[in-house]
Design a protein around this ligand. Structure first.
Ligand code: GDP
Ligand code: MG
Length: 164
């Protein structure tokens, strides 16, 4: 069977944008409203000669921090159960937030291969120094990406397929 790569992270960090960029088409809904991915969405992706099935996860719009955390926990649990490699997406513009630590801890404990993506790095010159704080998540090297501008995807995917 094909390798399954799941994309997890807080609402609005750019999971669906990254998913669509890697899939090469618009499959998942991208919106300014957080949490518009209604359910799991699947697409085929490939990098070099590696083929995989990608899963975009999301949820309904969280009404409170409690609901957000609950949703993120179940999202992470699902990814841990079903995925072979997990891309954990964070946002350089918001920096590391509490919910990131919480999910990072779950992912770390799972012993699954995790690739840490720091999205919205639209300019390395401008935001390059801001990626270092993401080492605090304890998930190793953060990979700066701009999903919207197709930057940094090669290095990210090189790291993903290393775990195949
Ligand atoms: P999701 O909720 O994690 O699936 O996030 P979405 O993919 O729906 O994106 C949320 C918002 O972030 C949208 O307004 C996107 O246009 C924006 N976004 C996504 N990727 C980038 C990026 O690389 N740079 C910037 N500046 N914005 C981005
Ligand atoms: Mg989404």
């Amino acid at each position: 069977r094909k390798v399954i790569v799941a994309v997890v992270g807080r609402p609005n960090v750019g999971k669906s944008t990254l998913f669509n960029t890697i899939a090469g088409k618009q499959i998942s809904i991208v919106q300014d409203t957080p949490g518009v991915t209604r359910d799991r969405i699947y697409a085929e992706g490939n990098w070099l000669n590696y083929y995989f099935t990608m899963v975009d996860t999301g949820g309904i719009e969280p009404i409170s921090d409690d609901v957000l955390l609950k949703q993120m926990r179940s999202q992470a649990e699902l990814a841990i159960e079903t995925a072979d490699v997990i891309i954990f997406v964070t946002d350089v513009k918001s920096g590391v937030v509490d919910a990131d630590y919480e999910v990072a801890e779950m992912l770390r404990r799972s012993k699954k291969p995790i690739v840490l993506c720091v999205n919205k790095v639209d300019s390395i010159k401008k935001y390059g120094n801001d990626i270092y704080e993401f080492y605090q998540l304890g998930l190793g090297e953060p990979f700066p990406v701009s999903a919207a501008n197709h930057l940094g995807l090669g290095d990210l995917l090189d790291e993903v397929v290393k775990h195949f």
